[in-house]
Design a protein around this ligand. Sequence first.
Ligand code: G3I
Length: 374
Amino acid sequence: MKRLFIFLGAAAITALTPCNINAQRSNATLKTAFKDTFYIGTAMSLPQIYGKDRKSVEIIKKQFSSIVAENCMKSMFLQPEEDKFFFDDADKFVAFGEKNNMFIIGHTLIWHSQLPKWFFTEKDGRDVSPEVLMQRMKNHITTVVSRYKGRVKGWDVVNEAIMEDGSYRKSKFYEILGEDFIPLAFQYAHEADPDAELYYNDYNEWYPGKVATVIKMVKDIKARGIRIDGVGMQAHVGMDTPSVSEYETAISAYAQSGVKVNITELDISALPSPWGTSANVSDKIAYDEKMNPYKKGLPADVQAGWEKRYEDFFRLFLKHKNSIRRVTLWGVTDSQSWKNDFPIKGRTDYPLLFDRQYRTKPVVGKIIQLTKEK
Ligand code: G3I
């Protein structure tokens, strides 16, 4: 019996690190800790939006001040057929955000992926003309943005249009309209809701070539007198790549170009990566047991390295808090994360701040502690 008490005592000490104890004693949550710094957000899945994943919903209400829809506002879901809009899921998402006083983000208006097939094609299968594509973009953006006017506070207007080397992605939008499709999308969004914040969002936005082109694009949009408020830096990062200093250089460069930075889609994969930090959803790699090494949990050294990585990034975000409008995690618990299936399907990853049993990970206390450091 005595031995059992000693064991339980030791387990409790291990679980309650000083940071955790402080966080629990002060009742601090991410939302309260970052109240005066930047919005701290999460993506919401359909089970969360519909309240089926009850435990996650409790976490969202308690810990986050901003939400973004992980999937249900993408064009293939909102307008599966031309002029046939489906708003049930998005309406529910926005209502949840309003009820809980959240800063609501719309994701995403113009993206080459998760886009309905009809968008670029005529009935006979040919590509649409530039005029028709502009009309379709305008109709989609105007219908969606107007519906949530004054309620969705910021939109990812264009997503993932620039490659790492700074060239434009050869999407159909680009092939048919050239670079102009980006300023046009911002113009249509601004006309539909003049008060909404408008962002360009992308992954790997720390590659120098990409930084240069995005900044050129931001300046071009501004020079045309069109609104753009921010650059969303998707933060699907790994254990080693990118370095914190590479990320910092990019944050500073975007801030200097006269826009705010949103850290979007934050998750830190603990798994080995076959190629780095791409988030290009069409890239897939075959399952390999060696690439799924932590099915039963993270070894202590990996766990420590993973926590340090989160702390290093949040230290960086706090350092640049005057340039950062929002930090958004790409989901709540590890079980929900897209990283379990990307780039290799069927792995067990640990990229988020809450574990598979809905428990707050110790790193949350450490992140909260960072907000108290001068
Ligand atoms: O809706 C269908 C459903 O009908 C079907 O039964 C089910 C079976 O697999 O699939 C459902 O679609 C899935 C969809 O999520 C909605 O749940 C797709 O298979 C799945 O591939 C899709 O993945 C999403 C991915 O974007 C697709 O592009 C991820 O959940 C989502 O996290 C991810 O998010 C993107 C950002 O929008 C942009 N940046 C990169 C990021 C990660 O890829």
